[in-house]
Design a protein around this ligand. Structure first.
Ligand code: TPP
Length: 685
């Protein structure tokens, strides 16, 4: 067993660095042991390199964890969070020792994986492997984009590094290749990844499944790569980190040979150290092996604490210097400085929604993706912080900002991002950009491929990140490309993510209102779901309720004649609203009075007070729902007297109108289903 630095084998008294590293190791070990749950192996093996970074190089202020120009540190291997909590505690963040003692317990600030917003100093919610690494790419992108926008000769207001600590699992996940490839292409020189190469994952040795040359792989992505054979050698780690910082034209990967469960006589270098407490006896043996007092647990030697807490003075000083510099910058560039403060605090400027388009039937038929593109053009002219793009689909998604240039190496001021065909990384990069703050990030692809980016979308919702998704080609009506490209279950799937707001506008004017909601929503992500095919524009003169109705999620678009209770309510979303309107006319000619309710967002509608919802959908009135997506969700949503025209198969390859017709999206079927529904209701009453 390679205990080259165990304190018991050296006669010399431990150095302060060694004491500090062991403080981190055993805080983590004791946390896991007390919780009887967690991952001690990675903290034991990676404490030294994390210490080298946090002690020697990382720029942060424990007293102001959100200082905009701090370095970012993402623990991509989120299962090793006991190490992060130990670092946050000892360096003086608002994380008292009692919180470490409550690791993984109800309501603690030390949850089982890092959760952004729960713990001061945690920069990203991590745990699903690979996400953190891609978040770091997004943060590094945000840094260069912000620097391009705000720095001026003599004033480097934005100037920080982004670090990530990644494990084998992070690098095995495909997203690390997507994000790594993008970062290499973009030449993100201030992104530095420490890779804990400990040869162990859950099932055993990495030889079981992970044998490629990781260094060669990242070098091929265009990264600067370095290797360290002895992960406990903090001087080697520190000098590699410095070399990485000097390499300004490429992101850096530092592959560090670490030992999972370092110091544990029976568990080091075995999978047994990965995800379960060492056990009381093994904790004792490990402490003894590394020359650490067995009792008390959660021991923090005074000299270690004193040393770690220098981070507070260091951080305060660094931030004060930055603030002084910012004041001078603000005198010379008052508008720019005000704008910096505005975007960092996610405030919208006055007049941000001026000149938003309104459309008339004369403009139509217009696909909502086209209306979205026109809306982006106006919004982006007022909101320089809007930055986004698509996964190689811009000609289809209409997500680019005309005249704003491409965001490419050496062209960091460009606002149009080219994510390449990398949806998974795109989602996580957008999260990283939002976490960094200062930008309104958005990304587009076809609705069907939202499935490729669900893991980061889920994290965006969990974390409450204001990210905007532009999903086009939103139903079987997209036609000829066939079932592989026709979304069916995506709508209900996205709606089911807690905190995700899905908006599927019915026409160009609803699309403008949807974008307004997306920009205004600061507390979580919004998915805009848009058509490929042209749709009639709803005349605002005839339907004046649209601008006020869309923000409520659902509203009465066209009612039964005044003072009559509708016989049936046709509930529709997106492109099917037009079919509902046609159905209403047809039914009127057949003596049935129908109300049409447009529901651009079920998520938002369900948040409205009962009173409002019952006004829109009075109990007892039968409902026919028309939506070109899986019917799941609607039936429980609105009660028993309901029928759904939906899509519960995979669609088919044919021109869009033909596919829609075969799936029952016709006026005839609306009429037929309504009569069936009413007959059913009569029989039951
Ligand atoms: C996407 C994803 N899949 C699976 C897991 C479950 N998981 C947690 S850690 C881990 C692998 C552990 O190996 P490594 O990344 O090398 O971490 P170490 O063993 O060094 O702690 C797995 C599969 C996960 N967290 N995320």
């Amino acid at each position: 067993m390679a205990h080259s630095m165990t304190l018991s084998t050296t006669l010399a008294p431990p150095t302060l660095d060694e004491i500090c590293i062991n403080t981190l190791r055993f805080l983590a070990v004791d946390m896991v042991q007390k919780a009887n749950s967690g991952h001690p192996g990675l903290p034991l093996g990676s404490a030294a390199m994390a210490y080298a970074l946090w002690d020697r190089l990382l720029k942060f202020n424990p007293r102001d964890p959100l200082w905009p120009d701090r370095d970012r540190f993402v623990l991509s291997a989120g299962h090793g969070c006991a190490l992060l909590y130990a670092l946050l505690h000892v360096t003086g963040f608002d994380l008292p020792l009692e919180e470490l003692e409550r690791f993984r317990q109800w309501g603690s600030r030390t949850p089982g994986h890092p959760e952004y917003g729960k713990t001061a100093g945690v920069e990203a919610t991590t745990g699903p492997l690979g996400q953190g690494l891609a978040n770091a790419v997004g943060m590094a992108i945000a840094e260069v984009a912000m620097a391009a926008r705000f720095n001026r000769p003599g004033h480097t207001i934005v100037n920080h590094y982004t670090y990530a600590l990644a494990s084998d699992g992070d690098l095995e996940e495909g997203i690390s290749s997507e994000a790594g490839s993008d970062a290499g292409h973009l030449r993100l020189g201030k992104l530095i990844v420490l890779y804990a190469n400990n040869h162990i994952t859950i099932e055993g040795n990495t030889e079981l499944a992970f044998t490629e040359d990781r260094m060669a792989r990242f070098a091929a992505f265009g990264w600067h790569v370095q290797q360290i054979e002895q992960g406990n050698d903090i001087e080697a780690v520190a000098s590699a980190l410095k070399a990485a910082r000097e390499e300004t034209g490429r992101p850096s990967l530092i592959q560090v040979r670490t030992h999972i469960g370092y110091g544990s006589p029976h568990k080091q270098d075995t999978a047994a150290a990965h995800g379960e407490p060492l056990g009381v006896e093994e904790v004792r043996l490990t402490k003894e092996a590394l020359g650490w007092p067995v009792e008390p647990p959660f021991h923090v030697p005074e000299e270690a604490l004193e040393h770690f807490r220098k981070a507070v003075v260091r951080g305060n000083t660094a931030q004060a210097e930055w603030e002084l510099h910012f004041e001078v910058f603000a005198k010379e560039h008052p508008d720019l400085a005000a704008d910096f403060q505005r975007v960092i605090h996610r405030r919208l400027p006055k007049g941000w929604d001026a000149n938003l388009p309104t459309f008339t039937p004369a403009d139509g038929p217009m696909a909502t993706r086209i209306a979205s593109g026109k809306t982006i053009a106006v919004l982006a002219s007022h909101l320089p912080e809007m930055m986004g793009g698509s996964a190689d689909l811009d000609p289809s998604t209409h997500t680019s900002i005309d005249g704003a240039g491409s965001f490419e190496p050496e062209s960091w001021a460009g606002r149009n991002m080219h994510f390449g065909i990398r949806e998974h990384a795109m989602g996580a990069i957008l999260n990283g950009m939002a976490l960094h703050r200062g930008l309104i990030p958005y990304g587009g692809t076809f609705l069907i491929f939202s499935a490729y980016m669900r893991p980061p979308m889920r994290l965006a919702a969990m974390t409450g990140l204001p990210v905007i998704y532009v999903f086009t080609h939103d139903s079987i009506a997209m036609g000829e490309d066939g079932p592989t490209h026709q979304p069916v279950e995506q709508l209900v799937g996205l709606r089911s993510i807690p905190g995700m707001v899905v908006i599927r506008p019915a026409d160009a004017n609803e699309t403008v209102a949807a974008w307004r909601m997306a920009i205004e929503r600061r507390e979580g992500p919004v998915a805009l779901v848009l058509t490929r095919q042209g749709l009639p524009v709803l005349d605002l003169a005839r339907y004046p309720g649209i601008p006020a109705g869309v923000p409520l999620g659902g509203y009465i678009l066209a009612d039964s004649p005044p003072d009559t209770r509708p016989d049936v309510i046709l509930v529709a979303t997106g492109s099917e609203v037009h079919l509902a309107l046609e159905g209403r006319d047809r039914l009127a000619s057949e003596g049935v009075q129908a109300r049409v309710v447009s529901v651009p967002s079920t998520n938002i509608f369900s948040m409205q007070p009962d009173r409002y919802r019952e006004k829109v959908l009075p109990p007892g009135v039968p409902l026919l729902v028309i939506e070109a997506g899986a019917s799941l969700g609607w039936k429980s949503y609105v009660g028993p007297q309901i029928a759904v025209i939906g899509v519960d198969t995979f669609g088919a390859s044919a021109p869009g109108p033909v596919v829609m017709q075969h799936h029952g999206f016709t006026v005839e079927n609306v009429s037929k289903q309504t009569h069936n529904l009413l007959r059913h209701a009569m029989e039951k009453s």
